[in-house]
Design a protein around this ligand. Sequence first.
Ligand code: ADP
Length: 448
Amino acid sequence: MFGKVLIANRGEIALRVHRACQEMGIRTVAVHSTADATAMHVRLADESVCIGPPNARDSYLNMAAILSAATITGADAVHPGYGFLSENARFAEMVEAHGLKFIGPSPEHIRMMGDKIAAKNAMRSLGVPLVPGSPGALESFEEARAIAEQVKFPVLIKAAAGGGGRGMKVARSAEELEEAWRVARAEAKAAFGDDSVYLEKYLDRPRHIELQVLADTHGNVVHFGERDCSLQRRHQKLVEEAGSPVLSQADRDALGARVTAALARLGYRNAGTLEFLWQDGQFAFIEMNTRLQVEHPVTEMVCGIDLVKEQIRIAAGEALGYAQSDIRFNGHAIECRITAEDPETFAPSPGRVNTYHAPGGLGVRVDSALYSGYTVPPHYDSLVAKLVVHAPTRAEAIGRMRRALAEMVVAGIRTTLPLHQAVMEHPEFQAGDYTIHWLERFVAARQG
Ligand code: ADP
């Protein structure tokens, strides 16, 4: 097992990884920008290294600085968290070239899944169902139009290098397609330096359902069921639950069997998430994330495992030591992403948190790097806490979340706590009756 792990991230996820390491008897190295000198992950880690100025490009994305920090502190492995360098194949290669272990998949698989067209081609050849659309990158507008007419409007133009919903445009007719083609390519070029785009049929009322997998280096692949992440705003997830209110154990088993067989053939290792759209009982693959997800705690609560410890054990070469049939799904879990934003306009609200009080009690988990007197810097993602509850049934989980939200205090900045409380109180949410478009409409209605 590793003696020391460098955590190449900040905020709640750096803390999450630190906690797993501590419990495993592994020492930790925090890295931080000058803006994060007093951050919780820096305070709790065994050692810390300042890697640059506030701008992430010069600090948390600065590969040379992070590798130097790993070398001078004598770390054995690097955990990238999510975001930042977690899906950067070049970084994974450089970590390994420095004689350290990258706690994640192989650079080849990171690269393959980072190119959404390559990812879809791989999944197609492995028998995983896809959203109908173009077989690869679109060569011309004429090709886009021909395929759109074949799969029927509405369609979506998506960036091959996409992420965070950028470079994605809907077209409902041939006229709109011209505009979507132009705008999506320009956005993709600006955001990713690559204007390759592809086309998918636009599903009008899908749910976003994703499957959590783990694979060791001995050929064992298991899944930990699904998360329903349909509650999104601008393609960003706000509330996630495990399991999905619409899936039965038989549906879960069937999808899981298909996916684990495909990943075994691919020779995938470590943690991964396959994202699907689900409509009318059909699954269609959209992308694979080759890292730990923000919403991984709901899976941990339901399955009773620690996914970060599993990632570390796998990277150290250990075998999983259990089979699919050993994995049990107990009760229901819900996560609310609390962000430092206005709950109605979503305007960012960084600043000093005068008072922070985390809720507690049975079945309540808070993953957060907040403390009273902490100043949320304006430079990074606005996520400040993940409030997670677990209960025997979905109805009890909702009741527990309402109670926990009411107890939580983050004073001094605006947060999305009131929005989450309103979602939990809504009869349609309570009935599990929602698609990926539900939250946008709900937010628009609140804004009047
Ligand atoms: P990104 O990597 O930019 O997040 P994804 O492919 O994961 O892009 O899609 C993000 C979200 O966009 C999905 O969760 C879903 O809400 C929506 N979406 C993606 N593809 C489609 C589609 N074919 N039809 C309808 N909605 C889609």
